[in-house]
Design a binder for this molecule. Structure first.
Ligand code: UDX
Length: 431
């Protein structure tokens, strides 16, 4: 994505990967991940000769003025990030570079990684190499929009030349008056973790408000609206749900907690946010079990949405996984549908017996309950009459609060949603 985006800004970009299959697919115009609009951008820039793909790392290093390291930083068992790929690339750069080279970390890397790369380059006597940090804030599913219209570009650098090279690379954003935040490398590295952890905190916070609202008879949607209109709080990332997932929030919060523990400055809020998210995910199993009268044994449960959020096929840390496992453990029979994530879901769930079907109405067939787990647009406007007509019982469990309970009840459904008591909406309607 970074490569495609930077070439679209007018830079000449070579994307390197050791995975030959991935590269030959990309060369053939096939995009190996689901990201709306990415294929068009790749096609356009390949056609204009600004973007190419290769497995030849040494040659790409020799010819590059700036090299973005965007390889994976998978979590170690203790939650810390595994830096072997990042440092491996740094070693290769040290070995093959010719002429002034700026080495930029794009991957989310622990504070101090820039310094580790610096020392690899120093050991190799590469005085014409500099190091910078340029963290990524893209969201999956809207990565292109985020890349083209970022709220800010963060540049952590050690000298003026590096700052200028990076500003040049992002020249296209100057016209949009995008703010550039220029800092030291450790600050840039920390900005990324602190931002993701703060957003995860907002999500965990509202999920706890939802649990409380159910106890005290409040409605989390109203509370979130009332809070979000305060400019100091803001309305975004206040949507209650089944817990945050994906490739960033879970990993980055755990890594930040680990970085902070290591530094002797334990990050207690983040530690709690992580625990709350686990609690939220198991609460979702209880919610479905409760909705079905205390047991899901031999109940037919339909699941709408598997990916951790809409517009992606990404199943990493998706709250659908513990939910499915919990329901299966309770003896439920599961049918599930997701517009994009089924293949990835099959891999993660391995031999657990889930029947994957073709659409929402198949999911509902003979079901005791249908559960909305991911808020894909196509689930927002279901034909409830049709859905209900094939179900055994008209019970909708809406874990994303995308339906107005009053409307759903009018169609003869029972609806259980998040952060409000079942039935309370009737009182509201009478007001
Ligand atoms: C996130 C950051 O937003 C992005 O800046 C960073 O570069 C990568 O991590 P992403 O993982 O793609 O992006 O998804 P995001 O839209 O942020 O959602 C993360 C999780 O939080 C999802 O599981 C989502 O369902 C959940 N979420 C988000 C909520 O439950 N409620 C909200 O209000 C917002």
């Amino acid at each position: 994505m970074t490569g495609a985006g930077l070439s679209d800004f007018g830079n000449e970009v070579t994307c390197v990967d050791i995975d030959e299959e991935k590269i030959s697919k990309l060369e053939a115009g096939e995009v190996p991940i689901y990201e709306p609009g990415l294929d068009t951008i790749i096609e356009r820039n390949v056609e204009h000769g600004r973007l190419r793909f290769t497995t030849d790392l040494p040659d790409s290093i020799r010819t590059a003025r700036a090299i973005f390291i965007a390889v994976g930083t998978p979590p170690n068992e203790d939650g810390s990030a595994d830096l072997s790929h990042v440092l491996g690339v740094a070693e290769s750069i040290a070995e093959h570079m010719e002429g002034p080279t700026l080495v930029i970390t794009k991957s989310t890397v622990p504070v101090g990684t820039g310094a580790k790369i610096r020392s690899i380059l120093d050991k190799a006597g590469r005085t014409d190499a500099s190091v910078a940090s340029n963290p990524e804030f893209l969201r999956e599913g809207s990565a292109i929009e985020d890349f083209q219209h970022p709220d800010r570009v963060v540049i952590g650098a050690e000298d003026e030349d590096s700052i200028q090279v990076l500003k040049q690379i992002y020249q296209a954003l100057h016209a949009l008056e995008t703010p550039f935040v220029v800092t030291s490398i450790p600050s840039a590295e920390l900005i990324k973790y602190a931002s993701n952890a703060f957003l995860a905190t907002k999500v965990s916070f509202i999920n706890e408000v939802a649990a409380l609202a159910e106890e005290v008879g409040a409605d989390v949607q109203d509370v979130a609206k009332g809070m979000g209109l305060d400019n100091r709080i803001g309305p975004r990332f206040l949507q209650a749900g089944p817990g945050y997932g994906g490739s960033c929030f879970p990993k980055d919060t755990r890594a930040l907690a680990e970085i902070a523990r290591d530094a002797g400055a334990p990050f207690e809020i983040v530690e709690t946010v992580i625990r709350v998210n686990e609690k939220v995910k198991s609460r979702m199993v209880e919610k479905v079990v409760d909705a079905l009268g205390g047991s899901v044994a031999d109940k037919k449960v339909g699941i709408l949405g598997l990916s951790f959020k809409p517009d992606t096929d990404d199943m990493r840390e998706s709250p659908s996984v513990p939910l499915l496992r919990g329901l299966l453990d309770g003896g439920a029979q599961i049918r599930a549908y997701d517009p994009e994530a089924v293949e990835n879901a099959k891999e993660i769930l391995e031999n657990r017996s889930v029947e994957f079907v073709e659409d929402a109405y198949d999911v509902a067939s003979h079901a005791d309950a249908v559960v909305i787990v991911t808020e894909w647009n196509e689930f927002r406007a279901l034909d409830l009459e049709r859905l209900g007509s094939v179900m055994k019982d008209r019970l909708l469990v809406d874990l994303r609060n995308i339906y107005d309970p009053v409307q759903v009840r009018r169609k003869g459904f029972r609806i259980v949603s998040l952060g409000r008591r079942e039935g309370d909406e009737l009182r509201r309607e009478r007001r």
